[in-house]
Structures are given as C-alpha cells and as structure tokens.
Design a protein around this ligand. Sequence first.
Ligand SMILES: Nc1ncnc2c1ncn2[C@@H]1O[C@H](COP(=O)(O)OP(=O)(O)OP(=O)(O)O)[C@@H](O)[C@H]1O
Ligand code: NI
Length: 267
Amino acid sequence: MSLLSVNALSHGYFHQPPVLNGITFTLQAGETVALLGRSGCGKSTLARLLVGLESAAAGQIHWRGVAISSLKKTGRIAFHRDIQLVFQDAIGAVNPRQTVYDIIREPMRHLLNLSRQQQLARICQLLRVVELDEDVLRQRPPQLSGGQLQRVCLARALVVEPKLLILDEAVSNLDLVLQAGIIELLKRLQQQFNTTYLFITHDLRLVERFCQRVMVMENGQIVETVNVQSPLTFRSSAGQQLQRAVLPPFPVRRHTPPTEVLTACSA
Ligand SMILES: Nc1ncnc2c1ncn2[C@@H]1O[C@H](COP(=O)(O)OP(=O)(O)OP(=O)(O)O)[C@@H](O)[C@H]1O
Ligand code: NI
C-alpha cells in the first residue's frame, strides 16, 4: 500500500480557472520525490491540500489507504503528526509575537504526549542539528535572519518525527554550506526512520543530489514523472524548458591578455 495516494485532485480559487486540475500520483514510504514546475503552477497549493490546510474541490487523498476526509479525531491527530510541511513563506508561517521556543514546541504540545523536560531535550537536539544557538530560543521571529527563521521552521516540522515531510522551497534561503548540512541530516533521518520527502524546488542541482524521482507540473497536472539519473532527462516540454533554463557552469578562462595588449607590449 502506498504511503500517500492522490487521485484526480482539483482545486481553484474563487472565480479563477482551476489551479489544480486532476492531480494523480503516489508516494511510497522512504522515497524522496521532487516536485518541479514554473512559478504559479500550483505546487504550494498542492502542498497545503496534502497536509489538510485546505480542502480540495474534487478528488481524494489517501493516507496509508484511508481517505483523509474520513478521519475521525484520533486518526486526524496522528495524520497531522505524520505529515509536516515546511512552508515556502517562513515569515507568514510563524506568529511574530511567539518566542522561538514556543514556536518549535507548539506541534509537540498538540500532537505528542511528552513532559516539558523531554520537549526541551528534543528542541535542543534539533537546534544543534540545524546549527542554531540555544540563545535563539528566547528570541522572536523579527529578530532573526531569513535563513535562521527557515531553520526554526525546519526544526518545528522535524520535532514530531514526521513520516512524510513536504519541503516547499525550504532550503533555498540557506547558504550552500547549511543547505548541504540539512540535506545530509534529512538523508540520515531517512535511513533511520524511513522518512519520505516531497521536495518542492526550482533547483535541479539539488534534485539530482537528493531525489530519486521527479514530478513535473504544468497546467494543474503532473505531466511527467522521471527517475533521477545523471544527466536528468525530460520528455515533456515543461520539463525540458526548466532544464534548458539552468545556466551552464562558467567556462574556465585562460588568463591570456587580448591580442592588442600583447602587440602593444612587444612594440
Ligand atoms: N490564497 C489564494 N487565493 C487566491 N489565489 C491563490 C491563493 N494561493 C494561490 N493562489 C493562486 O494559485 C496559483 C498557484 O499558486 P501557488 O502558490 O500554488 O504556485 P506555486 O507553484 O507554489 O508558485 P511558486 O513557485 O511561485 O511558489 C497562482 O496563480 C496564485 O495566484
Ligand atoms: Ni510555491
């Protein structure tokens, strides 16, 4: 049985044309799958539907074979613990008046039965992992840099040990050293807990490094799913367009002065 199965999901906003139009895919436990698509194609909307923040206009989402629309109280708590989303917009995803301690602790309070001491131990362990100092626990979001806040959100999502973690552009704001560190951490967690990742990104370099499968979205549908190999090859025009847009590496320049300089020197 698939961990997550999405069937003919459609959704729109007000009187606009549908943003999602018959999305169908499955995720298996322990997979890392990338979701690619042009800006505005509906990736974040899909992410919000998957975690149950919005209800789809049509279609079904099954979590371990059970329709999420049919979950009762305890099933719903387990579902919210098991699927976590790191939002694209970190500032909009936190309460600016809460301390970092309260922000990271919040999901544990609702979803896990741990003592305060156990909660603090988990929080401190995760702070080390995302390379944040314990001093940040007393600070509030406006006092943090964008990258620090993104790591707070990552810690908040990981603190309940989710089975599926949806990362919506969740590392794009981090410097490359931190990015690499977080990717290594996510891979370690995957080995230990068989965690599944849905990785929403525009960064094909990270996709090659981190993901096993890629889904390409266009016009509200998944138009192509490919296994990651080097180099990534797409059949769909949407996939090829994204790939063509990747800048080639800088050419290595030899430091030969222009001919006119050489001529001037030898004169
Ligand atoms: N709350 C909302 N109300 C109205 N329209 C919305 C809302 N959220 C998203 N949209 C619209 O839905 C479409 C898809 O937006 P979405 O944020 O899902 O795209 P995306 O693929 O995540 O884009 P990006 O790569 O830029 O993050 C856009 O046209 C957007 O304007
Ligand atoms: Ni988005």
